[in-house]
Design a protein around this ligand. Structure first.
Ligand SMILES: Nc1nc2c([nH]c(=O)n2[C@H]2C[C@H](O)[C@@H](COP(=O)(O)OP(=O)(O)OP(=O)(O)O)O2)c(=O)[nH]1
Length: 156
């Protein structure tokens, strides 16, 4: 009987298989891609978990909220831009076991928005070319996302 090959599929799974009552946290994030084929990274501010690491803009989905609405809300709060949910294209996802919680994070690609992203919450922002992504230290969950992002950037 054929079974699916390990690692098949589009998601980026870096969880260990250990069972346990870890809380699952649903976070939505976006690769904003500009006309110069750059992606926007935000640096986690001091005083927060994973401070200093560079991540994709986004945040936790509130109870009862659909993921796209959560992302539109987060982008307004964090970057002061307006995004139409229909411009959010599913790209890949991360499923990663941190010590204290399990992160499930759909990552969308977005190439159209209203306004100029600005650091509305004091975070640092960087527009980064594909070949420069390796120079930005990211949370462990994000590392497997790089390859699909490079593929999306190559598409223009
Ligand atoms: N936005 C975003 N979060 C990420 C990425 N990678 C990654 O591991 N995370 C984690 C960091 C946080 O634990 C969580 C996002 O939560 P958050 O930024 O809304 O909240 P937080 O933990 O900083 O603060 P709080 O809301 O608990 O006060 O997901 C990423 O690329 N983007």
């Amino acid at each position: 009987m054929a079974t699916p090959a390990a690692g098949a599929g589009a998601g980026a799974t870096t969880a260990d298989a250990a069972p346990g009552p870890k809380k699952m946290v649903l976070v939505v994030a976006v690769a904003l891609i500009d006309a110069e084929r750059r992606v926007l990274l935000a640096q986690r501010p001091p005083g927060r978990a994973m401070a200093g690491l560079w991540e994709f803009p986004g945040g936790k989905v509130d109870p009862g909220e659909v993921p796209e609405a959560a992302l539109v809300r987060e982008l307004r709060e964090e970057l002061a831009i307006d995004v139409d949910p229909s411009d959010l294209a599913p790209l890949t996802f991360a499923s990663h076991g941190y010590d204290t919680f399990h992160l499930l994070m759909p990552l969308y690609a977005c190439r159209r928005w209203q306004g100029e992203p600005r650091p509305a919450e004091g975070q640092r922002l960087a527009w980064v070319r594909g070949e420069e992504l390796g120079g930005y230290e990211m949370p462990a969950a994000d590392v497997p996302l790089i390859e699909p992002i490079l593929a999306a950037l190559a598409k223009g």
